[in-house]
Design a protein around this ligand. Sequence first.
Ligand code: PHE
Length: 355
Amino acid sequence: MSDIIKIKEEYLNKLSEVSDLKQINQIKSELFGKSGKISNEFKKIGSLNSEERKGISSQLNATKSELQNFIEKKIKDIEINEINSKLKNEKVDVTLPERSFSRGKIHPVSQVIDEISSIFSEIGFSVEEGPDVENEYNNFTALNTPENHPARDMHDTFYLDKNKEILLRTHTSPVQVRTMLQGKPPFKIIAPGRTYRSDSDQTHAPMFHQVEGLHIDKNINMSHLKGCLNYFIKEFFEVDKIRMRFRPSHFPFTEPSAEVDIGYELKDGKIIIGEGDKWLEILGCGMVHPNVLRNVKVDPSKFQGYAFGIGIDRLAMLKYGINDLRAFFETDYRWLSHFGFDPLDVPSSYRGLSR
Ligand code: PHE
């Protein structure tokens, strides 16, 4: 038997037994490497006479391609085997019970802030923000509430320094000041956020939420204020009709000032907005005082407008039937899973998304 045939038989045998790529690579180099068996046979051709050379080289070429084809087929087989065994091992068992997980809920206050923002944005208000830690000037003085003004005591302010210059804002009204100082009229903004007063009972928490509204332009008057609030309350409570009452009031930064009540009725212990003969106070408002406009470099002979401040927590309690304000801030997960909102549920009043 010639050397070539011997090599061929030996390696076809070896190859039929290998089962991984490493062994195949080993065989490849044994055959076709620099001093591999087939390579050596090729080298020998040089010393043959031309007669022999012809026969041997065609035999050698045929053997070489036979071995190579066999090797390629072997590699494919091994790869297919690997994939099949992977598929077998990594099979998903759809009959297994699901792993338990809990999805977070959206806090009613966050939900209501989103609802309010989208309702006001429908009529052209943009949303502004201001810091919780304010200076005394923005919170009081610029808002026409000078030192020793009784309104300062009414606010039960948390001061953060001895000089009473830095404080936790007692209302969102300082965002009016910040907005007007930063830009030029007209202004049409709302500003939701946290506010603080030293007060705590079933309907008051030391930290609570308000949304400020401010609309300043030429010729904005009190009927615009009424129309705007009427629209907002109907949209928010998802009712076609409401009763609304403006009661004369006093805020240093508005003149005239009013508090707004809405009509409601109690049915089976539940508050129904828009019906009945009972009144519920929900916000303070008025025409921005000329002194405030002057303080923020807006000319009150050219521009005027209204402002309002709504208690957000109160609105959330009314709309979603929550009767203790303090529960909002106790971070009780059971409470949140009852009153919170599914992030994937979009209520109809969340107009920005549902339309
Ligand atoms: N800032 C007032 C409060 O907290 C509410 C308000 C805002 C009144 C704007 C008038 C205008 O009570």
